[in-house]
Design a protein around this ligand. Structure first.
Ligand SMILES: [Zn+2]
Length: 75
């Protein structure tokens, strides 16, 4: 469990009732995994904004790929 979740104050949760609430650990490697096939290509330099997966050949925008992974694995 991430430290931020452990330290979070949930006392105001009733004011956001009915909305989707999820927590994502900032250390999850969302930019290191292909959102299409799940292949893990590893850590990328921050200057790399586009990547072509060596497994499935799909071209990804770094941020779009990370957002897809977060949405798909949200619980
Ligand atoms: Zn892939």
């Amino acid at each position: 469990m991430c430290r931020a979740l452990l330290l979070a104050d949930f006392s105001g949760l009733d004011s956001i009732a009915g909305k989707i609430f999820s927590c994502w650990c900032r250390w999850e490697p969302t930019s290191q995994v292909c959102s299409e096939c799940g292949y893990r290509w590893g850590k990328l330099n921050l200057s790399v904004r586009t990547i072509v997966c060596v497994n499935c050949g799909k071209e990804h925008d770094r941020d779009d790929n990370a957002s897809v992974i977060i949405v798909e694995t949200r619980f």
